[in-house]
Ligand binder design. Structure first.
Ligand SMILES: [Fe+2]
Length: 295
């Protein structure tokens, strides 16, 4: 159970106690993150408990639908609702249900069609929605794979609380730097000479209702970091952590019927490809502004 004291740099005792519990028996492989579910529209009590407990421990769960051929309707909204998550991010690239299809042609909104999630390219480390306002940060990031790509598309996952621990252990100043509300700015998105979205400035790490949130992208264009040696040092340290090798970086590919439920952990995506005349990848994403319930 986390609380704000854990993330307060002045309270080393609370941090150390939490850290010890967090790292004890921490999963180190994708298999340990998997929860099998029979029916995503009607979780059993034990399936639900398994998801909530794992999510509280690692901030991420890979669920495996037992019989994906029986799935008639995208299970993400129903699944999340059963986990206490319902404040859907109806972002511009998503359809009316808030679901985004992360494949070429998947954007429901023209101007986003060429954005990287809707292409086949590799995507570096980030959390979702880092360009949102601070009060509309994505707390839950979820995926469902209806059909995996012919090749590629693996994800790397890193619990942002682990990144926090590794940074704080190396130098608590990194945390102070990343909690600075001016540290990272995503410059305005222009539509011709009109501002489609203004600058978004905010911290990397913030604490909401006692839970740690991370706002980050490794991209180097369309981002403005505060120009100080401290910020550079903190970014360098985080970059080293994410580069690995690390037992905490979990790598895998979502195959048919598999999905991710996460408290918006750090993640990457490898490039993927499909055969010209074969079936195309069908991977869906749903983002929400509320968190998976605590167990
Ligand atoms: Fe993402």
């Amino acid at each position: 159970m986390t609380n704000a004291a854990v993330f307060n740099l002045g309270n080393d005792q609370a941090y150390q106690e939490w850290r010890e519990a967090k790292l004890a028996d921490y999963p180190k492989s994708l298999g340990e993150l998997v929860v099998e579910i029979q029916d995503p529209y009607a979780l059993t009590t034990s399936e639900r408990n398994a998801i909530l407990q794992l999510c509280a421990k690692t901030n991420m769960v890979v669920y495996a639908v037992k019989d994906p051929d029986k799935i008639k309707e995208n299970p993400l909204p129903a699944l999340l609702k059963q986990l206490g998550v319902s404040d859907v991010d109806y972002n511009l690239g998503a359809g009316d249900s808030g679901l985004s299809k992360l494949s070429p042609g998947g954007s429901a909104h023209g101007p986003f069609a060429n954005y990287i999630p809707y292409r086949q390219a590799q995507i570096g480390w980030h959390t979702d929605g880092y360009y949102n306002t601070n009060d509309r940060q994505v707390q839950t990031l979820s995926l469902y794979c209806e059909r995996s790509s012919h090749e590629g598309g693996e994800n790397e996952l890193l619990d942002h609380e682990i990144a926090y621990i590794q940074l704080r252990d190396e130098n608590p100043e990194f945390i102070k730097t990343f909690m600075d509300p001016d540290v990272m700015t995503i410059p305005a998105r222009m539509d011709g000479d009109k501002v489609a979205r203004p600058d978004r400035t905010g911290p990397v790490f913030s604490v909401k209702d006692g839970h740690l949130h991370m706002r980050y992208t490794a991209r180097t264009i369309s981002i403005k970091w505060k120009d100080t040696p401290e910020v550079k040092a903190a970014i360098d340290a985080l970059t080293r952590i994410m580069k690995g090798p690390s037992p905490y970086i979990i790598r895998g590919r979502l195959e048919n019927g598999l999905g991710l439920i996460s408290n918006n952990v750090l993640h990457t995506r490898e490039a993927f490809s499909d055969l010209d005349n074969g079936p195309k990848r069908e991977l869906y994403r749903l983002r929400c502004f509320d968190r998976v319930e605590s167990p």
